[in-house]
Write a protein that binds this ligand. Sequence first.
Ligand SMILES: NC(=O)c1ccc[n+]([C@@H]2O[C@H](COP(=O)([O-])OP(=O)(O)OC[C@H]3O[C@@H](n4cnc5c(N)ncnc54)[C@H](OP(=O)(O)O)[C@@H]3O)[C@@H](O)[C@H]2O)c1
Length: 244
Amino acid sequence: MRIAVAGGTGVVGHHAVEVARERGHEVVVLTRSAGADLTTGEGVADRLAGVTAVIDATNVRSQRRAAAEAFFAGVTRTLLTAGRDAGVGHHVVLSIVGIDDVDSGYYAGKRLQERVAAEGGVPWSVLRATQFHEFAQQALSFARLGRFSLVPRMLSQPVAAREVGAALVDLATGDAVGRAPDLAGPEVHQMVDLARRVAERDGRRVVPVRLPGRAGAAMRSGALLPRGDGPRGRITFDEWLASR
Ligand SMILES: NC(=O)c1ccc[n+]([C@@H]2O[C@H](COP(=O)([O-])OP(=O)(O)OC[C@H]3O[C@@H](n4cnc5c(N)ncnc54)[C@H](OP(=O)(O)O)[C@@H]3O)[C@@H](O)[C@H]2O)c1
């Protein structure tokens, strides 16, 4: 089938593209670098012709509530409007485990993205995943001072982005399920420890920070961990790090 992957060059999106192609699907990549801007809508409609399912793995690097809400709601509305016109039958969103319990600006954007998708008139699925193993690397660039990186203290049960990409393709090639069971990795870790392990290799130093307020306290005390049963990735952080 023909699948569109919005954000198909990103950390998780490129895995979804690879997995879908390995399984014999035709993939359309929707990114600005591929000529499709989901904020302006430019280059989107024609690329959705003949597409059966859309996977949204786009991202904005802003922690500001207004910017995150504008981006995620805007991208979702663009995809749904063009998708309805093109006869897309399934809209799949990648979201994050625990966003209801942590009131950050970025997570407000993800919550709005989920609501817009659910009300958009296209059959939908939302997969919430925990932080990727790759997040430990991404976290090193959130706030830098020379060779020091400020990394928030948070408990996480990270999962390999490759396994998240495969789960997104599994969903996209089946019927819409609404909210899917949360996907997490095999082990719970302190994110600062994981970031230090990545930083050692890059010659950087990690400075742990306690994010202020209730959101910071919730992240430190496990609000981003999965609750109950759900699919679990098998690749451990150690295995992922060794394979980098
Ligand atoms: N990182 C994690 O640990 C984690 C965990 C769970 C869920 N998630 C979710 O996973 C999603 C992807 O995160 P990621 O870290 O893989 O993202 P990423 O590496 O930052 O990649 C973002 C992608 O979005 C595309 N993009 C950005 N703005 C766009 C626009 N206006 N139009 C079209 N494409 C645009 C980028 O391509 P161009 O720049 O070429 O446009 C790129 O392909 C996010 O929604 C995030 O909330 C992340």
